[in-house]
Ligand binder design. Structure first.
Ligand code: EPU
Length: 333
């Protein structure tokens, strides 16, 4: 058995039967027939995972790294990046080289392949806005495929790799199309507020300024995985119909909300805080004191401890607001 303690940011000491890491596509293709015979799970850096039990199969991890310019025009650069590249190193590199767009996604834990599978997002930006192509291996055939970003069914923290075709593709590389001209997205509340407080006008914002600001905002609100185990936001923000929202708003006039395509999005952190969970715990599993959407490992928590807390929080939110909040973290039972 192999310990997964250092392969999940919750710091859960689960074990797996076998751990397979590859640095090239050929190594992956060579191992594929054997993988097809067993239970397997592909992970990134485990920043969105909860292992509830030991995993009785093979954990697979890509160590394909590298950032390569595929082509460049006056306005854009196409960057081909290995799935095992650390996400924030890519963002830092892009800021240094003058490739724009990813600044708001600074400091998100994890790796490039998982970023494309989950459609990571923060401060009004989602990674799918910059994904040109995803290169992947089709597990059943071993075929190398290229999926256009528009074919990946991207939605809020979702894609076909996570939903309808889960387990059918292994992402090897992601090609990003990034603008060379900086057009920052500064509309998100926390970013706009910080800029105002520091007397920085939109014209003064450079990619490096924006990256540093996002890093500071995140550090102030979210736990550092090196210090306290967590998987970032544990739940997704629920979307309710306009009718449901209006009804709730009568009772809770201060309820924060954002209109989205298919209804009204309500911050799950607010719902959880209203239920009195912020800063509380059930044994070694807690609700983070600065951001109620984040569940944390207070020391020695198992996946089962985290799940027990998550279920209790979910039940309380459902009972009080009639809204079911769904986990964003991938719970491996
Ligand atoms: N709020 C509370 N109490 C809390 C937390 C939030 O009342 O404890 C309310 C506040 O009204 C706040 C609003 O919720 O204004 C939104 O909070 P925040 O800006 O912190 O964002 P979020 O909706 O809680 C989402 C993402 C985060 C991302 C931030 C910033 C999801 C599931 N989470 O959180 O992503 O960093 O927006 O864009 O959409 C992650 O996915 O792991 C993650 C951290």
């Amino acid at each position: 058995m192999y310990s997964l303690l250092h392969h999940n940011t919750f710091g859960i000491d689960a074990q797996c039967r076998d751990f397979f890491e590859y640095t090239t596509v050929s190594q992956l293709l060579e191992r594929l027939p054997q993988l097809r015979q067993t239970q397997w799970l592909h992970i990134g850096s485990g920043s969105n995972l909860v292992f509830v039990h030991d995993f009785e199969g093979t954990i697979v991890h890509s160590a394909i790294r590298g950032i390569e310019v595929q082509r460049q025009t006056d306005r854009h650069v196409w960057l081909k990046v290995g799935a095992g590249q650390v996400w924030d190193d890519l963002v830092a590199e892009c800021v240094a080289r003058g490739y724009c767009g990813l600044e708001n996604l600074s400091l998100i834990p994890g790796e490039v392949g998982a970023a494309a599978v989950q459609n990571i997002g923060a401060y009004g930006v989602e990674v799918c806005q910059f994904i040109d192509t995803v290169e992947a291996v089709q597990v059943s055939t071993g075929e190398l495929c290229e999926l256009r970003g528009s074919e990946c069914r991207y939605g809020y923290r979702s894609s076909l790799f996570k939903k309808e075709q889960a387990g059918q593709f292994i992402v090897t590389h992601v090609v990003f199309k990034l603008p060379l001209c900086f057009q920052p997205d500064l509309h998100y509340g926390a970013i706009a507020r910080e800029l105002q407080q520091r007397n920085i006008t939109p014209g003064e914002v450079t990619p490096a300024v924006l990256r540093n600001l996002v890093v500071e905002v995140r550090r102030a609100k979210l736990p550092d995985p090196a210090e306290m185990g967590s998987a970032g936001s544990f739940f997704m923000n629920p979307v309710v119909s306009i009718d449901v929202f209006r009804h709730l708003q009568q009772q809770y006039p201060d309820m924060p909300h954002y209109e989205v395509e298919n209804g009204v999005k309500i911050p799950a952190g607010w719902l959880i805080e209203q239920c009195g969970w912020k800063g509380r715990n059930l044994g070694p599993a807690g609700v983070y004191e600065k951001q109620a959407l984040v569940l944390v490992n207070l020391g020695g928590a198992t996946g089962a401890d985290i799940l027990r807390l998550a279920r209790q929080v979910q039940a309380d939110v459902k009972q009080r607001f009639g809204i079911l909040i769904s986990p964003e973290a991938n719970i491996i039972c």
